[in-house]
Write a protein that binds this ligand. Structure first.
Ligand code: FAD
Length: 526
């Protein structure tokens, strides 16, 4: 038997077996996994491989490279959560998350960092019983599955090389090329729009594809399917109900999955939203969200940098970060370039200035500050059932942003930038290196005028031993439940300080193994 994907759309000529639904669905399985991203795909694959029957529910659609036409006005609505219109409640931080088969791994930059040892130790101190050996084994397994490979010199574009030169000119010690999960990257620079060439080893082309093609596995995948009500009583879940929604949000069919165990892998924010909506872990779920807030700084040059051509995120400066032993807070400086629409949204320009900004799209160097933040955020649910994210950076985060922005501005001026453009409304342009202090002060004293992006929401359903502030134990099992699990970035007890996908996949690897070992206890079988 091989697996199958079912959904609402007519999709001829797909790589995977696919059927269009014509009616409501009732399913029976051992494990129902909600969400097919970095965690859900690994769990579904490994649990099926271990002999469990698995139903995987994914809110987004099933799209392949052919569908990914490299135009951001088409791809952001298709592949991004809420069509890319996803902000904190004060509209100051745009939060990027995927909504499609494969989740955020389909639209991410493919950068891979293992969990820093210092963070794994901090988590142990918070009651997370996962040894460094377990992390290392899982990282190795995942890295093999998704082909994590160090970048070669020939894969650095001019933007990345300018970040490296900036590090050298300013005398930094710890900076290097990243590793990525790609095979034969075409370097089109459009990772955020899905990989047209399917060289990115995202969850759809790796774990999901292998689960579906393994003749020994029983995996049934439903796309366009939003899971909603969790049916539970006395700490035991018996299943979940959901709806198949068409592109206008209309419910076309219903689904009921009767499952012996349920794993929520809907990602940060959505997993908290589901718990809160189902009155599970009240007062605890939704607390402690971190965002890795990420201000970007442009340097404008007389020559063409062409940062949009080549691998967008290939080089990083570690001197100030957790990867250089900074235990509390800190930041990485990461090279990045954005497709035109996202680029235009990041910088607070008037219409005319924006035209001028975009005309010079080829002439900028760009880098951002990945801030290891405290868990300042809260997820709540509005009366209409939507998730609301409240988040304000504190003094520590603002200090990291100010220092990181200053480092980048210095790097660009040191290489002859004619001006530096920031994502701060009140201090938009720096014309001279002497103005960098003004930018630092503006960020510290006037944070409301700072526009930020976040691609790494984490936390909200913390893992740990303190049941008064944590949602799950070290097996990702929800406190007070026998067979309900949350496994995704939402269970991180602190912000990670590095790009999170490899850690999420490793956690799912460990969780799948623990769930398999403890299956009798979880399912109450025999
Ligand atoms: C633009 C961008 C760039 C990034 N770049 C990198 C990078 O280079 N390196 C890195 O390490 N990390 C990167 N990340 C972050 C990384 O991809 C995520 O941290 C990781 O994928 C999170 O895994 P997850 O399983 O928690 O959630 P996701 O991968 O987001 O998966 C959650 C899935 O659940 C689905 N879902 C939600 N609610 C429901 C529901 N009710 N019913 C059914 N399904 C539901 C969603 O549609 C989604 O597909 C990036 C993210 C973005 C957005």
């Amino acid at each position: 038997m091989t697996g199958i994907i079912r959904g609402l759309e007519e999709l001829p000529g797909r790589m995977e077996p696919y059927e269009r639904l014509t009616d409501d669905v009732v399913e029976e399985c051992d494990v129902c996994v909600i969400g097919s991203g970095a965690a859900g795909a690994v769990l579904a694959n490994k649990l099926a491989h271990a002999g469990r029957s698995v139903v995987l529910l994914e809110r987004g659609g099933y799209y392949e490279g052919e569908d990914m036409n490299q135009r951001d006005e088409d791809m952001v609505p298709l592949l991004w959560k809420n069509g890319g219109i996803n902000f904190t409640d004060d509209l100051r931080i745009a939060i990027g998350q995927g909504c499609c088969l494969g989740g955020s791994t389909v639209i991410n930059d493919a950068v891979c960092f293992p969990i820093p040892e210092i963070v794994a130790d901090q988590w142990t101190g918070l009651g997370v019983e996962i040894s460094m050996l377990e992390w290392s084994d899982a990282i190795k397994e995942v890295s093999d599955q998704i082909h994590v490979t160090p970048l070669a010199e020939s894969e650095l574009n001019r933007n990345s090389r300018m970040l490296r030169t900036g590090c050298e000119l300013l005398g930094f010690k710890n900076h290097s090329m990243n590793s990525r999960n790609c095979i034969g990257c075409m370097q089109c620079g459009l990772c955020h729009l899905g990989c047209h060439y399917e060289t990115k080893q995202d969850m759809r082309v790796t774990y999901i594809h292998r689960a579906l093609s393994d003749p020994g596995s029983d995996v049934r995948v439903y796309v366009n399917c939003t899971a909603g009500r969790i049916t539970h009583a006395d700490g035991v879940v018996d299943g979940v109900e959901g709806s198949f929604l068409d592109s206008s949000g209309r419910s076309v069919y219903k689904i009921k999955v009767n499952a012996r165990a349920l794993v929520l892998s809907a990602g940060s924010i959505a997993s908290s939203q589901m718990l809160i909506s189902n009155s599970i872990a009240p007062g605890v779920a939704g607390r402690g969200l971190a965002l890795h807030p990420f201000p970007c700084i442009l340097g404008e040059f007389q020559f063409e940098v062409r940062g949009n051509q080549g691998i967008p995120m290939a080089y990083a400066l570690h001197d100030f970060g957790v990867t250089n032993g900074v235990a509390d807070g800190g930041f990485l400086v990461e090279g990045i370039y954005l497709p035109p629409l996202q680029f235009a949204m990041y910088f607070p320009e008037t219409d005319l200035q924006k035209l001028e900004l975009m005309r010079r799209y080829d002439h900028y160097a760009m880098a951002g500050v990945l801030v290891r933040d405290d868990q300042n955020g809260i997820v709540s649910v509005t009366d209409s059932g939507s998730a609301r994210v409240s988040y304000s950076p504190g003094a520590k985060e603002l200090d990291s942003m100010a220092r990181g922005a200053a480092v980048i501005a210095k790097m660009w001026f040191a290489q002859g930038a004619t001006r530096v453009i920031t994502s701060h409304l009140a201090k938009r342009v720096l014309n001279r290196v002497e103005e960098i202090g003004d930018l630092e002060r503006a960020i510290r004293n006037d944070p409301k005028n700072l526009l930020l992006g976040s691609a790494h929401p984490q936390g909200g359903n913390r893992m740990g031993s303190d049941r008064s502030r944590c949602v799950v134990d070290s097996d990702c099992r929800v406190y007070g439940f026998r067979n309900l699990f949350v496994c995704d970035a939402s269970v991180f007890p602190t912000a990670l300080g590095v790009n999170p996908q490899l850690t999420v996949m490793s956690l799912a690897t460990i969780t799948a193994e623990r769930l398999t070992e403890k299956w009798k206890d979880i399912s109450h079988e025999g």
